[in-house]
Design a protein around this ligand. Sequence first.
Ligand code: NOJ
Length: 562
Amino acid sequence: MNMNKSWWKESVVYQIYPRSFCDSNHDGIGDLNGIVSKLDYLKRLGIDVIWLSPVYKSPNCDNGYDISDYMDIMDDFGTMEDFDNLLSEAHRMGIKIIMDLVVNHTSDEHSWFIESKKSTDNPFRDYYIWRKGKDGLEPNNWGSCFGGSAWKYSQETDMYYLHLFADKQPDLNWDNKKVREEVYHMMTWWSDKGIDGFRMDVISMISKTKDMPDGAVGKGSFYGDFAPYVIHGPHVHEYLQEMNREVLSKYDLVTVGETAGITVDEAGKYAGFDRSELNMVFQFEHVDLDFGENGKWNDQPPQLSALKEVMSRWQTGLYGKAWNSLFWENHDQPRIVSRFGNDSEYWEKSAKMLALCLHMMQGTPYIYQGEEIGMTNFPFTSISQFRDLESINAFRELAGGRVFDDAYMMKCLNYKSRDHARTPMQWDATAYAGFSDVMPWIEVNPNYKKINTQSQIDDSHSIFQFYRKLIALRKANEIIVYGKYELLLPESEELFIYTRTHDGRKLLVMCNFTGKTQEYTVPDELVLLSRELLVSNYSDSGVENSTMLRPYEAKVYSMING
Ligand code: NOJ
């Protein structure tokens, strides 16, 4: 079995969404110097690596995931000097920085695209994917991820370009060698600067089939599904291996691919220990479980047994072959305590339980800003409060009785919108939660007086301190990083219980996912082992054979085998 030790297997990553983290220059938008001012805070939490959502030059149609210059910094966030300062300050404190690499598409304001659309013989024409219309309509029926057709007409040449996301995000043509060389050149430039890795945006979509037939039209949609022709396309592994040869293998970097629609087997190709592609992938099965018959827009949490099945399949499927990443939240997901926990009566207990449940698994944990203090979903009451184009477009396309009535669509948005993750980081109880001293670009969650870092940082019972403890435990206990995972009680809809085994030691991880007390009897084969309590989210948890797990109680017994 291949289980070499690596720094990135032993690290904990903290994701920063710069726009919403900390505003240092009084414009209501977070920035690079704001991040520098909070490095002490991150050091205190104990994380090893920051994943920085895009900070490149961008017209911001999708908050920086639409890049117009890969080697410059967005004005809202500062300058390249500010970036260099952030990198050196972080390194001085022993914190690494990984960049978001968004190379499935650029902005339509990127100079490549501005050239590309001018004429069919422009040298940049083949940097993007152009097709002729069919019978006066788009080349096929594909819908974009953000609503509407995935094709946009361009008058200059009477052709359409492909955009799987917004029309301001044209897809690059990875089959063009020049495109790949430009990307590798840019990655080399950042790597030479000293950055520590890349999180690769929708990397599973870079290779498209040459034929682009109509896709199947699902319920609640007006458009066809592009997935079979785009996700894990014909050359994706060839291109990633080339990228590895040309760039990644020359530096000590960590790489994580965002790979929507991935299976365990496919993950073994992207991130297999013997594949020379990426170090790990983000899979989304566990956060896609609450999709409904109309796709993402739904308002019902999944069954616990389904969540356990998915998490466990990934834990056991990758063991010894490839590496997991562990996450509940990111900038595209709602807040986990509002989603799978209880953000009212059991806010603190359930936030800690969810953290423990995830952080005792195998993989590199990712903490999304604010998760470590239990930030919750925002109580949106009007569509005018949203800033995210996905939410706004979905409301326009689906509400008003087209698929849902307005009230139900608001319910779905209140459960699922990406904007829940994007409200300003809650630092203290002063105006605008200490994020800025002027009105931020998106509203602050009204609960900031209760939920903020200042009230938690020195409180030994806080969610912050609990995350800090989980990170410290991972560092002190190899079993948490390298141990083998086994699920117990797969059918229970109340309890999530699993073990980890490594080097003569065992951990028994017990999580109550409900607001009611649940009884659990420790299996006979574990009863005789000498046990101690490693961590718990109740201060008076004990070590018993038949144990009552109180509402959202979570605890870990550590045992010596034999
Ligand atoms: C995935 C990113 O996480 C998301 O925020 C973005 O909108 C799309 N890719 C397009 O880049």
